[in-house]
Design a protein around this ligand. Structure first.
Ligand code: UD1
Length: 473
């Protein structure tokens, strides 16, 4: 992590993203995790701040001219990318360990640069804050060509309902407020699907709008509640976050504040699943146990013993039974833990069915698990699993964030040694993952290869071209 740490500490704007990309390219392609299999986890692990919260909290700092202090910010490449986007607008960022000071005093509104937004879907969520604070925003369409265009219609329709005029030209979403008052107008919005990002975009936009906005069929994810809590500290008037209908009374101005990011429920769930998959006993903290209820319920149903005490969860992995899961918006089973849970089910006793309902192309891990010895039949978004007794270790390439975690868990279970490549995905979303696994007793090391692997070499034996890429979560 040397390079990343160096970059996170950089307080100037001297490094361009192209510089970073050039460095990271060789840095990441030449690294892999070497995992000695048949590991067992034991002890305690500290859960980091939530990536998805921290990203949107950073975007919301665009709503004020005052200093925001964020605590418990995980050190991840996604956060670094969002930081670079804010820096490109003249915002000063000072990072000290997990504390990030955001000073928007010298902000100068410009179009968000394509190359920065393209690498991070969540950066599109800045559009609502920029529009309501500055009356206009030009933000490139999110995502990248390798995942295709994921819809942003809910964001756009909601902003239009609030009074924005929006056109999309040459891949840039250009939004401005029509009204001569230069303020968005509160309104009633009903989302077609409870999109997390759209709910966040619209909450930020409505916070500085004239009058009351209600968002029906809003997403209820904990990260949205975290955003609302921080905005309320800043002087916003948001009611009922965490419910299906959120009410926002617009205010004229928002002030600075200090806010601590909630614990990462997806990281927490990943460790619990890793423990269940290796019949291990670990304690994770800090967590907010009710954020993980759908996951702990399924782990219990599949045989693990779960004990909740305050902000910690202890799991004792036992004989694993096959159980079915279907991903759903919160409070349902999170799509972000579908891949790790599939690894667990692949070595369960009996059969199970995993149904992905949120995203279309989120089964990239299945063929790799099959290569390791799993017996999984994939029919569109339904994985039918017959549990096997063991996996064999091998070289693998993670092609998205959560499937990389699933492969690492598989490597820990497997007989022999595995190498997991594609760490640029893992490093987006898991802070010090291998160090934490090491603390829990897993033999895992990051290898720094002398030779930089080519794309072709990285694809060898585990990354068929017909599997669509996914890198949003
Ligand atoms: C967020 C999370 C991601 C998580 C996902 C679902 C962040 C940075 N990422 O992503 O980790 O997996 O929630 O819990 O917080 N949709 C539309 N129109 C829209 C927006 C979304 O149809 O305008 C659809 C999407 O295609 C998808 C579903 O809604 O099928 C959910 O997407 P959404 O909740 O928006 O996910 P993100 O906010 O991108």
């Amino acid at each position: 992590m040397d390079l990343l740490i160096l970059v996170c500490h950089d307080e100037s704007n001297k490094l361009t993203l192209n510089d970073l990309r050039k460095q990271n390219k060789s840095y990441l392609k030449s690294q892999n995790l070497k995992i000695f299999g048949q590991g067992n986890l034991h002890g305690k692990v500290k859960i980091s701040g939530a990536k998805n919260s921290a990203l949107v909290l950073l975007a919301s700092s665009l709503l004020t001219n005052e200093r925001i202090i964020l605590e418990n910010v995980p050190r991840l490449t996604d956060i670094e990318k969002m930081g670079n986007i804010l820096k490109s607008l003249g915002i000063k960022l000072i990072q000290k360990n997990n504390r990030l000071e955001v000073d928007p005093k010298n902000i100068s509104i410009k179009d968000l640069p394509y190359e920065l937004v393209n690498g991070l879907r969540a950066s599109f969520f800045c559009i609502g804050a920029l529009l309501s604070k500055y009356g206009e925003a030009k933000v490139p369409l999110p995502g990248g060509c390798n995942i295709g265009l994921r819809p942003i219609d809910e964001h756009i329709n909601g902003l239009q309902a609030l009074g924005a005029e929006i056109i999309i030209e040459e891949g840039i979403v250009k939004a401005r407020i029509k009204d001569e008052t230069n303020k968005l107008r509160g309104t009633h919005i009903k989302l077609k699907c409870p999109s997390v990002g759209a709910t966040e975009t619209l909450i930020m936009a409505a916070s500085l709008a004239e009058g009351r906005t209600t968002i029906e069929n809003a997403a209820r994810e904990p990260e949205i509640q975290d955003l609302c809590q921080m905005l309320n500290k800043m002087g916003a008037k948001i009611y009922d976050s965490g419910k299906e209908k959120i009410i926002i009374d617009g205010v004229n101005k928002l002030r600075g504040c200090t806010h601590k990011v909630i614990p990462d429920r997806i990281e927490a769930g990943t460790f619990l699943i890793a423990a269940a998959a290796t019949s291990s006993s670990i304690t994770i903290s800090p967590v907010i146990p009710n954020h993980l209820e759908a996951v702990t319920n399924k782990l219990q149903e599949s045989g693990s013993k779960i004990t909740i005490k305050g902000n910690s969860i202890t799991i004792k992995g036992k004989k694993i039974k096959g159980v079915d899961i279907e991903t759903a918006p919160f409070p349902g089973f999170p799509t972000d833990l579908q891949a790790p849970f599939t690894t667990l089910m692949a070595i369960a006793n009996g059969e199970s069915k995993i149904t992905e309902t949120i995203f279309e192309n989120r089964m990239n891990h299945v063929h790799l698990l099959n290569n390791m010895g799993a017996n999984i039949k994939l029919n569109k978004n339904i994985a039918s699993i017959k549990g096997v007794k063991k996996f064999k270790g091998m070289d693998l390439v993670g092609s998205d964030l959560r499937s990389s975690a699933a492969l690492i868990i598989a490597g820990i279970i497997a007989e022999g040694t595995s190498r997991v490549y594609g760490l640029e995905h893992l490093d987006r979303g898991y802070e010090n993952f291998e160090s934490k696994l090491k603390i829990l007793g897993i033999k895992i090391t990051r290898e720094f290869n002398k030779k930089t692997l080519t794309n072709k070499e990285l694809k060898t034996n585990s990354d068929p071209a017909d599997i669509p890429r996914y890198r949003a979560a």
